[in-house]
Design a protein. Structure first.
Ligand code: ACO
Ligand code: ZN
Length: 223
């Protein structure tokens, strides 16, 4: 409800520079009609995508004062699968990932963090893996901001190490970051990925991490 109104309010007064929308987080130029159109489209799709209406059968695997984590498995009802696909599309879009087909779609586990405001504000997609490659220490050369390709080119060891669980996506809504949502998603994953055991941080691996992902993973794995 009220997406249109919100859009007008969020865009604020006539603004000729770059604006960040306070509800969807997109940065755009409000004076540029093409940009505005693109924002309007993204805005709508994004808010629809993160909307969570509640399901008759939902698998709540953790509850917190500010929300809950719901686990979606491959054979769940189509409304749950559809929501996961919608969210993954938003996440891939933001990460600049091409649509990647999971290697074993029937073993994927998706954890959604649902906020009190009934929005999907966090998402973690995990799949079983056999091995991973350790990221070697960061190159010391200064990095040029804004070039993702450059940031992603971490050097990895050639020696695979055994691993159990690969995190193919982890994402938290821009305005909900640094509230330990990602941490709680990974904690819950470790508890729920294999029945009856709590995975150690050595047994989980982050695939192709972004700069944010790498900072988070480094912090998470050391604490
Ligand atoms: N810079 C520095 N440290 C960070 C950052 C960051 N951007 N993000 C997390 N950390 C560290 C901090 O030490 C933090 O603790 P603190 O806030 O008490 O200092 C700790 O990690 C825990 O952080 P959380 O609050 O649990 O992380 P958050 O919920 O903000 O989510 C995430 C982190 C998922 C990386 C988020 O920034 C995000 O969605 N970014 C955009 C999408 C993205 O890049 N995802 C990773 C892709 S890689 C992959 O999917 C395998
Ligand atoms: Zn918007």
């Amino acid at each position: 409800k009220g997406t249109k109104n919100q859009f007008v309010i969020d865009a604020g007064q006539k603004n000729f520079g770059a604006t960040m929308c306070k509800s969807c987080g997109m940065i755009y130029t409000a004076s540029n009609p093409e940009d505005e159109l693109q924002h309007a489209q993204h805005h709508h799709r994004f808010l629809e995508g993160i909307k969570y209406t509640g399901w008759k059968r939902e698998r709540v695997v953790a509850e917190f004062w500010d929300g809950k984590i719901v686990l979606v498995l491959p054979h769940d009802p189509s409304y749950a699968i559809k929501k996961v696909e919608e969210v993954q599309e938003l996440v891939d879009n933001e990460l600049g990932f091409q649509q990647v087909v999971p290697r074993c779609p029937n073993k994927t586990k998706t954890f959604l963090f649902i906020s009190d405001e009934k929005k999907v504000v966090g998402c973690l997609i995990a799949e079983p893996i056999q091995q991973a490659f350790r990221v070697l220490s960061e190159p010391t050369s200064p990095e040029s901001p804004g070039s993702r390709e450059c940031h992603r080119a971490w050097r990895c060891s050639n020696e695979p190490v055994p691993a159990v669980c690969g995190i193919s996506r982890i994402w938290v809504f821009r305005f909900k970051r640094r509230k330990r949502i990602a941490r709680r998603l990974v904690d819950t994953l470790r508890n729920r990925f294999m029945f009856g055991c709590f995975l150690s941080t050595n047994e989980i691996a982050f695939s192709d991490p972004t700069p944010d992902g790498k900072l988070f993973a480094a912090k998470y794995c050391n604490t």
